[in-house]
Design a protein around this ligand. Structure first.
Ligand code: SF4
Length: 435
């Protein structure tokens, strides 16, 4: 007797927030696919089940997550989807309130509930899939989450509330994951965590990021290894030697500093001073000549005076970071800073952000002018209109500068490297030709 083969259930996974959430969605999708679900990422096609992986970091991100949930709740009302599931940081942080206030959601899960979420869909969590995931980034680059959670006391940050304490993944597991990714065509591996420099302290009782970098860089096929989310206080200098000595480790470091006024750094509980920060950045530049330093700052933190702001402006002018982003302070419940008065008004926050970004734009423009006439190894991510768009080793996807090459007169393969001679430069983009 012929058995009726049921069509695989269609699942659409929607990811909000940071690259760590991207990895979580990819792992979830890998598990669903292994359980014979037909899984897509942010598909416009109808799906029986929609899973929204939310962000709960700061106000704007929370609002975007709520709007996305409401959008799919309306789709469900219209009968376009059968089941709506919400997971990720916002759900971890506000589950009771969300359950009360938002109708139409079948289940809310936290950030550590993957096996439970799968069980709810009648699927099993497959341990043998560790290191496997369904990629959502272009095949040639991948994020690698080396740990979960954070032990730092930063006063403004709600992440430890949503992600828990710091838990490093064993080196063997990460090397296995890198081999699987390289076999699938990954050439650029981007190491991410809440605090990548804390790596190993829990598991090996010592910092082991340098050892991890060495082993991942040795994986065949990995042509670029990039480090994000370093923490300034207790910074493991040994990673700089590995970065300098290992050709396929990008001379690039993302190290959020958040502020430069000692008054603010103390209140933010960052465990470092302006002087120590300057000496650290100088050491990083001495030990890794030509390194690109990316950082981020928060403006408008409780108690921030014009004098504090001026200190940060002068610091930015003095340190000339290759890449810098600025966020306005968001008053987050249950964080230490929430006990302080959010006394900098939105207009002042925005004015200070604009002033900081104006300084950074001028620095970035000047830094890029010096690149004209040089030849850079560029990894091409996509074709956009008449241009191939790629990045140098000094640029991470989605956050840093891009290199534009006219498609009419140059040919490069997406997902491949090419040597590009830089012919002109803007504040955040470079233009060039193949050589
Ligand atoms: S290092 Fe600080 S800012 Fe970063 S996730 Fe941890 S607590 Fe938050």
């Amino acid at each position: 007797m012929r058995t009726k083969i049921s069509k695989p259930i269609k699942v659409n996974v929607v990811t909000l927030g940071c690259s760590k959430n991207v990895v979580d969605s990819e792992i979830l999708m890998g598990q669903l696919q292994a359980n014979d679900f037909d899984v897509e990422h942010e598909s416009s096609k109808n799906a029986e089940i929609v899973i929204v992986n939310t962000c709960g970091f700061i106000d704007n991100a929370k609002q975007e997550s709520i709007d996305t949930i409401l959008h799919y709740a309306r789709e469900k009302e219209k009968g376009k989807i059968e089941k709506l599931i919400v997971t990720g940081c916002l759900s971890e942080r506000y589950k009771p309130a969300l359950e009360k206030e938002i109708k139409g959601v079948d289940n809310f899960f936290g950030t550590h509930d993957l096996p439970l979420l799968l069980k709810t869909l009648g699927a099993d969590y497959k341990h043998e899939l560790i290191g496997e995931r369904l990629m959502t980034t272009p095949r040639h680059f991948a994020y690698m989450k080396i740990s979960e959670g954070c032990d730092r006391p930063c006063s403004f940050c709600a992440i430890p509330l949503m992600r828990g304490q710091h838990v490093s993944k064993p080196i063997e597991e990460l090397v296995k994951e890198a081999k699987v990714l390289a076999a699938k065509g990954t050439k650029e591996l981007i190491l991410i965590a809440q605090d990548s420099t804390f790596y190993g302290l829990d598991l090996y009782k010592e910092r082991r990021l340098h050892k991890l970098m060495e082993q991942l860089a040795a994986v065949e096929g990995i042509e670029w290894l990039r480090v994000h989310y370093a923490f300034p206080s207790g910074f493991p200098l040994e990673i700089l030697d590995v970065m300098r000595e290992t050709p396929n480790i990008c001379k690039y470091l993302d190290i959020p500093l958040q502020h430069a006024s000692d008054n603010m750094l103390k209140s933010m509980r960052r465990g470092i001073t302006r002087e120590k920060t300057i000496s650290l950045i100088n050491t990083i530049r001495e030990k890794v000549p030509g390194v690109a330093v990316r950082t981020t700052f928060i403006t408008g933190y409780p108690g921030e005076t014009e004098k504090d702001h001026e200190t940060l402006l002068r610091f930015l002018e003095e340190m000339r970071f290759d890449r810098a982003g600025v966020f306005t302070y968001s008053h987050e419940e249950n964080t230490h800073a929430y006990t302080l008065k959010d006394d900098v008004d939105e207009e002042t926050k925005q004015r200070r952000l604009d002033e900081l970004m104006q300084v950074q734009q001028q620095i970035s423009y000047a830094v890029n002018q010096n690149k004209i006439g040089t030849t850079c190894k560029v990894l091409f991510d996509r074709k956009e209109g008449n241009y191939f768009v790629g990045r140098t080793e000094f640029d991470s996807p989605e956050v840093d500068n891009e290199v534009l090459v006219e498609a009419q007169h140059n040919y490069v393969r997406i997902g491949d490297f090419a040597n590009i001679k830089i012919t002109s430069a803007e504040a955040f983009d470079l233009m060039g030709v193949t050589v």
